[in-house]
Design a protein around this ligand. Structure first.
Ligand SMILES: [Zn+2]
Length: 338
């Protein structure tokens, strides 16, 4: 796949092309949130580094090196990702796959490339890598993927070229979805906005039945929250959260998008800013339909604040039952209407 056929990431691609056409550095760190496509872009760069006739559009895609790469059997390419049961990538794997391997010359061409999921390297793992990064054999190139530069030890960070990836625009995400068989329409429009500019997240959610089901249940919950009794909230509605405990952060995201959308309706009626375009009648109902816009906006803002507080509670390991029940009561207080 050529660089020009990769959607978005214009700045990052331009930097990589400059490196390819000139003298590439020995280490790059691809930085950005999960779901932005760091590994995807790093692999394309790896292929281009190994390609025998790469040019201003990256790898040629046709030479023997490219064919080996595309089939996942390139002898001079190593990838170190976290394995299902690992908390961090085991130090032995770092030593074996990288530190001891770098002394073996490339078998196929004149370069070797290592791609490392550096977010999963603890201090010990990074230190093991350090010596190799300090004096890499001239044929070795290291591509690290990280959520942010703070994940790397300063000693490592000072030896890598940082390539920051940017969030995608809604149109770019629509293009990514389309390329993967999800055509433009209400569904694609929802995922393009809900994913917050993360193409991988949009694609994963759009292809996951579990997310679709969770969203439908959350919509049903949101629809009746303004009319629930306290007893119903603390039994049936609490059970909805409890039975989706692992997915609670995602339920909070869905609720947050609905509250934000209602806030847009209360204040501006500008439909283009709405995330849940397929739920216009739900968004227009409830508090928004039955309260003056200014009051609705104040109460929606307070409801959003309660959601943020609950989200913080989750990350601080507060009592699950306590924080969810508290949130339910606060949402009901703010979103009820006569
Ligand atoms: Zn090639």
């Amino acid at each position: 796949m050529t660089f020009s056929s990769i959607i978005g990431q214009t700045k990052a691609k331009a930097r990589l092309v400059t490196a390819l056409l000139g003298t590439p550095g020995h280490a790059y760190a691809f930085a950005g949130p999960d779901g932005i496509g760091k590994t995807f872009l790093a692999r394309k760069f790896a292929q281009a580094l190994l390609c025998r006739q790469s040019g201003k559009d990256g790898a040629c895609g046709r030479c023997p090196s490219c064919r080996h790469f595309d089939h996942g059997v390139h002898p001079d390419y190593r990838e170190l990702q976290i394995e299902p049961k690992e908390k961090n990538i085991k130090i032995d794997r770092v030593r074996q796959t990288v530190c001891r391997d770098v002394d073996l010359r490339p078998q196929f061409g004149d370069r070797k490339v290592y791609l490392l999921a550096a977010d999963h390297l603890n201090e010990q793992g990074q230190n093991a890598l350090l010596k190799t990064l300090e004096e890499p054999p001239e044929y070795c190139f290291f591509l690290l993927t990280i959520v942010g530069p703070e994940r790397l030890l300063p000693t490592i960070l000072s030896r890598v070229n940082l390539v920051a990836l940017q969030r995608y625009t809604p149109d770019e995400i629509l293009a990514i979805l389309d390329k993967n068989g999800i055509e433009a329409g209400e569904k694609a429009a929802f995922y393009s906005r809900f994913s917050g500019g993360l193409g991988g997240v949009a694609l994963e959610l759009a292809s996951t039945q579990a997310f679709h089901d969770l969203r439908q249940e959350t919509l049903a919950f949101f629809k009746h929250i303004g009319r629930r009794t306290r007893a119903e909230l603390l039994t049936q509605d609490y059970r909805f959260f409890e039975s989706n405990r692992e997915a609670t952060p995602m339920i909070f995201n869905i609720l947050g998008s609905l509250i934000r959308d209602q806030l847009v309706f209360a204040l501006s009626r500008n439909h283009s800013l709405i995330t849940n375009q397929d739920q216009i009648s739900l968004l227009k109902s409830g508090l928004v339909a039955n309260t003056k816009p200014r009051e609705a906006a104040d109460r929606l803002t307070a409801a959003y604040g309660a959601l943020l507080a609950a989200r913080r509670g989750l990350t601080l390991n507060a009592s699950y039952e306590g924080l969810v029940c508290n949130l339910l009561l606060n949402l009901r207080k703010e979103l009820h209407y006569a």
